[in-house]
Design a binder for this molecule. Structure first.
Ligand SMILES: Cc1cc2nc3c(=O)[nH]c(=O)nc-3n(C[C@H](O)[C@H](O)[C@H](O)COP(=O)(O)O)c2cc1C
Length: 190
């Protein structure tokens, strides 16, 4: 067995997201973000395809995207509640990173494995931010899954889609513990 890393293990056993609506400025500066993104870019990736990339969204950019959420919501007949709910994190978030899944053509690596890796990159970034002491939250919402919105907002290529938006900022309150799965319900020992 290798050398244990108790602190890392303790972090993983205690980790907890901080709801985006409780996050305020400042968010991490560029050097800090580069550190967090470097950690996220160590995500397992079958075949070294790098099936993800990151777009750093400043508070100002989020505000512009919030306007686009409203425009798109109206265009597709969303009701005002759905629009307001989806817009909230764009309006209040101190910053965010859009994690994009980038499907690479491969005879060997199935598309679904590239999708899994993109999800893992989201968690890696979330955990790096939390471990660094930031509040952070992985959100989607209908705009993340709306092709027209994401093409316009993130200038996606055909082979790209949004895996998640990771909001990162200063936490203002610690959320209560969230109930966690009952291990015997989800684990089979063979
Ligand atoms: C792909 C994905 C999308 C999510 N989108 C949202 C969302 O749009 N709104 C929301 O309230 N929670 C969303 N969540 C849930 C939160 O990010 C988070 O999982 C939950 O608050 C518990 O986090 P924790 O286990 O880190 O404490 C999403 C989670 C995942 C994995």
């Amino acid at each position: 067995m290798g050398k244990s890393n108790q602190e890392a293990l303790e972090f993983l056993l205690q980790r907890r997201s901080r709801p985006a609506k409780t996050l305020v400025s400042p968010g991490p500066d560029k050097a800090t973000l580069e550190l967090l993104l470097t950690a996220a870019a160590r995500t397992p990736d079958h075949g070294k395809l790098e099936p993800w990339r990151f777009i750093v969204l400043s508070k100002d950019t989020l505000a512009v995207l919030g306007e686009k959420v409203t425009e798109r919501g109206h265009a597709i007949g969303m009701d005002e509640d759905q629009i307001a709910k989806a817009r909230r994190s764009y309006d209040t978030g101190p910053m965010a990173v859009a994690v994009l899944e980038v499907q690479k053509p491969s005879k060997k690596i199935p598309a679904i494995e590239q999708t899994y890796s993109a999800g893992a990159a989201c968690l890696a970034l979330l955990n790096a931010a939390l471990a660094h002491g930031w509040g952070a939250n992985w959100l989607s919402g209908w705009p993340s899954h709306d092709r027209e919105f994401t093409l316009d907002a993130f200038n996606l290529a055909e082979n790209e889609r949004v895996a998640g938006l990771i909001y990162i900022g200063t936490e203002t309150s610690r959320p209560p513990e969230r109930s966690r799965p009952n291990l015997p319900d989800i684990v089979t020992w063979l």
